[in-house]
Design a protein around this ligand. Structure first.
Ligand SMILES: [Zn+2]
Ligand SMILES: [Zn+2]
Length: 301
């Protein structure tokens, strides 16, 4: 297990292994319940108590001799990959939020803005077993995931395959149109979109360089899912999906933009240290809509 966690530097020896006998604690509990023991049993418990005392002393002495550990050194590419994987959905939802608002601004609908809400969810759920509603969002329609209604459905997710095509839903994201201007011009939304996506791609660029045995681009599957959702929405009759088609154009352009970003980072030979990487991660996590989702995901784990 220690090897799996890449903590190979930790030895597993008598020197750093400590034995605490449960007998001594059981003796205390038994005495408290006024249970009596014969002499032989008492002697056994005393011995085991003494051993545990010696071991405690040895543990405390050992800890005293240990060098202080600098916590930042725990930052590893592997941890970064896990953190980025957790951030993937909150980041992509935020990217989509930016697109919604950019499209509103383009349509001169500047008195309103789309906001994102994130709600905790009590059961295991993925995009395969979740139920969906198509919900109106100003000029848009969007697919809202929700837990199964029936209690008997709660174990549904156990039957879901883990093929990377669908992903775990750890917070229920809903969008809402509110009558409050966002105060950004079209060009500002567009550059916000570009900058945000570029930062995400810097994370992916870093992961690719590490050659880890994990998925390098956690955003790709999510973006594909967004497109599938649009595909489903476009097939619904009797709804006006003009605005969704405009949204879809942007979603479709993301692949090309990401290729350009990746190329640009490659040519620039960007080689971030883990500290620089975490600066970007911290910047992204500080964005309110990302933070809201991350907080919920962290408490659900
Ligand atoms: Zn699944
Ligand atoms: Zn599932």
């Amino acid at each position: 297990m220690l090897n799996d966690e890449h903590l190979n530097a930790i030895p597993f020896k008598k020197e750093n292994t400590f034995c605490f006998d449960s007998e001594s604690f059981r003796y205390l509990a038994a005495r408290k319940s006024r249970i009596d023991f014969d002499e032989y049993q008492k002697q056994e418990y005393f011995n085991s108590w003494n051993i545990s005392v010696k071991e405690s002393m040895r543990l405390l002495n050992f800890i005293q001799r240990c060098e202080q550990y600098r916590l930042e050194e725990w930052l590893s590419p592997r941890k970064a990959a896990l953190d980025i994987a957790m951030l993937a959905l909150p980041l992509m939802e935020t990217l989509r939020l930016i697109i919604y608002n950019a499209k509103l601004a383009e349509a001169k609908s500047i008195a309103n803005q789309v906001v994102l809400n994130s709600n905790p969810i009590a059961i295991d759920l993925c995009t395969r077993c979740a139920q969906t509603n198509i919900v109106e969002l100003g000029p848009f329609w969007y697919m809202q995931y929700r837990p199964p209604v029936l209690r008997t459905d709660t174990s549904q997710h156990r039957h879901c395959p883990t093929d990377g095509k669908h992903f775990f839903i750890e917070s229920i994201v809903t969008y809402e149109l509110i009558g409050l201007p966002a105060g950004l011009k079209v060009e500002q939304w567009q550059s916000s979109f570009r900058n945000f996506l570029f930062k995400c791609d810097r994370l992916v660029h870093y992961l690719r360089q590490q050659k880890l045995p994990v998925q390098n681009d956690p955003f790709q599957a999510i973006l594909e899912r967004f497109l599938e959702e649009e595909q489903e929405i476009s097939q619904i009759r009797n709804i006006d999906s003009t605005a969704n088609r405009r949204l879809c154009e942007v979603l479709n352009s993301i692949k090309r933009i990401r290729q350009e970003n990746s190329q640009q980072l490659f040519v620039a030979n960007e080689n971030l240290s883990i500290y620089e990487l975490y600066q970007i991660i911290d910047e992204l996590t500080a964005i309110q809509t990302v933070k809201k989702q991350v907080d919920i995901i962290k408490t659900s784990r």
